[in-house]
Design a protein around this ligand. Structure first.
Ligand code: NAG
Ligand code: NAG
Ligand code: NAG
Ligand code: NAG
Ligand code: NAG
Ligand code: NAG
Length: 397
């Protein structure tokens, strides 16, 4: 473990340097005209934002994470990040689905009103009839809450009331990505938890599996993600399963035609139909649910991108470029995934990611996850630290 730990520390210190030094145009020599605009830069200086944090307005959500801190809990709960990491590692050994499950919770949380753990709330803030964010998605597809509760529980035993649920999601998502074979990236901490959840926003703003490429890019652009970042973020579909609920309409009743999506290659259609048999009546409601939603348990019908690429694989996941390779072959599982090939600007990115050993994708994914984890966070006197992740302590807004 000591050597692991020092590697970890070395990576923490190195990665930001790599991210900042990296020439954002240099990674795809195949076509220099690809617009890889470096809108995001992360430098080592932002790791010590504590000194300057007073300069930031406390009543605003800050999108770039500049009000977060490196190792925020170093004094209040020095074990915090280690506890999260070892809990995720332990759970992962029996439940591989923790990685995609928490990754999905993380996306959903950060995408709707920022990374504030609003997705975890059970409470409707005392307002009758106010539906909660959790319910904005088909409830049976939401998973990972139990894992967060387990981790929170361990943290509460060591440092009661100190570590926010929003930080737990961000840290656990990163640790899960690493365990699943994905890249390491540093996660700043100091997020506070929201007092409320955001049902309408979740319903209206989350990317949908039946979005076309323009809609997908538009939704991500509203969150400050450019085309390249959006395409790299969708690489999260490398791991986990996509539930048949989100695939079936494409297979049996595409856009109400009673026929499959004509763009699906026949052999792939057959393969997908074997995995997702005939729920012709799967409703629009289900299909229009969260883009990142998928059935995560191995026992639930669904398909992974590893299966999409190789019919000889029955399940499993690997954090490499097979998502992009699948799209190049027309073997995207979701309509929205395959749509990345419908516009040249995104198709070029897909082929750039698919065409090396995966290092371009991994670097971009690390970078975009870091950006996502800093999205519109609550810090300082905003929000609170929940004691139970599904319940606000104070119910004032
Ligand atoms: C690079 O992009 C240009 C258009 O901008 C295109 O004409 C050319 O074929 C592309 N080259 C490669 C290798 O994809
Ligand atoms: C709450 O919902 C019920 C059933 O939909 C409805 O009858 C009731 O009027 C609603 N109450 C408020 C305060 O909106
Ligand atoms: C989903 O929610 C509905 C209504 O709240 C409930 O009837 C159903 O049992 C839930 N399904 C699961 C799998 O929890
Ligand atoms: C995206 O929008 C552009 C401009 O409106 C349009 O020409 C193009 O066909 C759209 N692409 C798709 C895949 O819908
Ligand atoms: C689909 O819905 C129609 C009408 O709602 C019903 O008659 C049919 O039995 C359903 N099919 C399946 C497979 O559930
Ligand atoms: C957290 O709160 C929920 C209700 O929102 C409750 O069901 C659950 O048991 C609580 N968990 C703990 C550990 O107290």
């Amino acid at each position: 473990m000591p050597s692991c730990f020092s590697v970890y520390i070395a990576l923490v210190l190195l990665i930001p340097v790599l991210l900042s030094l990296r020439n954002p145009r240099g990674e795809t020599e195949q076509n220099a005209s690809i617009n890889f605009s470096p809108t995001f830069s992360f430098s080592i200086t932002s790791l010590s934002s504590r000194d300057t944090s007073d300069a930031f307005p406390f009543n605003e959500r800050i999108r770039d994470g500049s009000n977060l801190d490196y190792d925020f809990y170093r004094d209040s709960c020095p074990e915090a990040e280690g506890i999260v990491r070892s809990a995720v590692t332990r759970i992962y050994s029996d439940h591989k689905d923790i990685a995609p499950a928490i990754l999905r919770l993380f996306f959903h949380d950060c995408f709707i009103e920022g990374c504030d753990a609003s997705v975890l709330l059970d409470d409707s803030d005392g307002k009758e009839n106010r539906s909660i964010e959790k319910q904005a998605l088909p409830n049976q597809t939401l998973r990972g809450f139990d894992y967060i509760d387990l981790i929170k529980n361990e943290l509460e035993q060591t440092c009661a009331g100190v570590v926010s649920c929003a930080d737990i999601i961000a840290l656990a998502a990163r640790d899960g990505v690493v365990l699943a074979g994905g890249p390491f990236y540093p996660v700043l901490t100091g997020r506070k938890d929201s007092f409320q959840s955001f049902y309408e926003e979740a319903n209206n703003q989350i990317p949908r599996p039946d979005d076309d490429v323009n809609q997908t890019l538009g939704r991500f652009a509203l969150r400050g993600f450019n085309e390249r970042e959006t395409v790299s973020l969708l690489g999260a579909h490398n791991i986990g399963k996509i539930g048949c609920d989100f695939i079936s309409q494409r297979l049996y009743n595409f856009h109400g035609t009673g026929k499959p999506d004509p763009s699906i290659p026949p052999d792939f259609l057959r393969q997908m139909r074997i995995n997702c048999q005939g729920d012709m009546n799967s409703s629009d409601d289900k299909v229009s649910a969260a883009f990142f939603t998928r059935k995560l348990s191995e026992s639930v019908p669904g398909m992974s991108y590893l299966q999409a690429l190789s019919s000889s694989v029955s399940s499993g996941s690997k954090f490499d470029t097979h998502y992009y390779e699948s799209l190049l072959k027309g073997r995207g599982l979701l309509f929205a995934d395959q749509q990345l090939m419908a516009e040249q600007k995104t198709a070029r990115l897909v082929s750039a990611y698919a065409s090396d050993d995966g290092s371009t994708f991994r670097m971009d994914f690390a970078r975009v996850m870091l950006k996502m984890s800093n999205l519109d966070v609550l810090t300082g006197t905003q929000g609170e630290v929940r004691l139970n992740c599904s319940r606000p302590v104070r119910t004032t807004v």
